[in-house]
Design a protein around this ligand. Structure first.
Ligand SMILES: [Zn+2]
Ligand SMILES: [Zn+2]
Length: 222
């Protein structure tokens, strides 16, 4: 059930986009800020202690490697993982490269999710605004409904697929600590960018601070 949470979250986000035809930009930013703080708190609470407790000296290298993997992925995804989606309306073609890197990001971050951990909630919550924004784009670009559902389904399946692959294949399970370190780097980069980009010109915003504190505290509580 827990490994299905990221899958359910994608449909929750996409379903909300279907219901709310004209999304409120301010509310989406609040949701992005909340998910960023939740995710950052989850990785600090769970993945970071776990990888450093392993005693493996190379984990720091893998952690920074993960940060750079995410930077490279964002050249192709244009930051869709943290809620950026600036695609020209006149661009009629589906952004395959963007979608592929978004899927690769999801597959990777699903890998270290094994069993009942707080990180599953962090990843799941982070999927809601992403799926919402991506589904809004599909709805606005007048993509046929069956095609939009198929695209969302592929995206939704990626994280649970990563969890299953990493759990079932000996190759992945024997490298779980480096994988966890890489994903920690990926998630650190995404979550800090989520927090950074949700604030405009560093202006004080009480609502944003409150949702971020709430997100951080909730992640520790779970
Ligand atoms: Zn961005
Ligand atoms: Zn992600």
């Amino acid at each position: 059930m827990n490994l299905l949470l990221p899958f359910i979250a994608v449909f929750l986000g996409a379903g909300t986009a279907w219901l709310i035809k004209t999304p409120h930009a301010g509310r989406i930013k609040l949701l992005l800020a909340f998910s960023g703080a939740f995710l950052l708190s989850s990785v600090a609470h769970e993945f970071l202690p776990e990888i450093f407790e392993s005693g493996d000296h190379h984990v720091s290298m893998f952690l920074i490697g993960g940060v750079f993997i995410q930077i490279i992925l964002e050249f192709f995804s244009k930051g869709a993982e943290h809620g950026h989606l600036h695609i020209h309306k006149e661009a009629r073609n589906f952004p395959y490269l963007l979608f592929a890197s978004l899927c690769l990001h999801s597959l990777l971050e699903g890998m270290p999710l094994q069993g009942d951990t707080g990180m599953v909630y962090g990843i799941a919550i982070h999927k809601i605004p992403i799926a919402f924004i991506f589904a809004s784009f599909l709805i606005n670009s007048k993509t046929a409904i069956w095609r939009a559902v198929l695209i969302i389904l592929v995206f939704a399946v990626m994280s649970p697929l990563g969890s299953i692959l990493a759990g079932e294949l000996d190759f992945f399970s024997s490298y779980m600590t480096p994988i966890k370190a890489i994903v920690a780097g990926i998630v650190l980069h995404v979550s800090t960018t989520l927090i950074l980009e949700s604030s405009e010109a560093h202006k004080f915003n009480l609502a944003k601070i409150v949702v971020m504190i709430l997100g951080a505290v909730l992640a520790f509580a779970i």
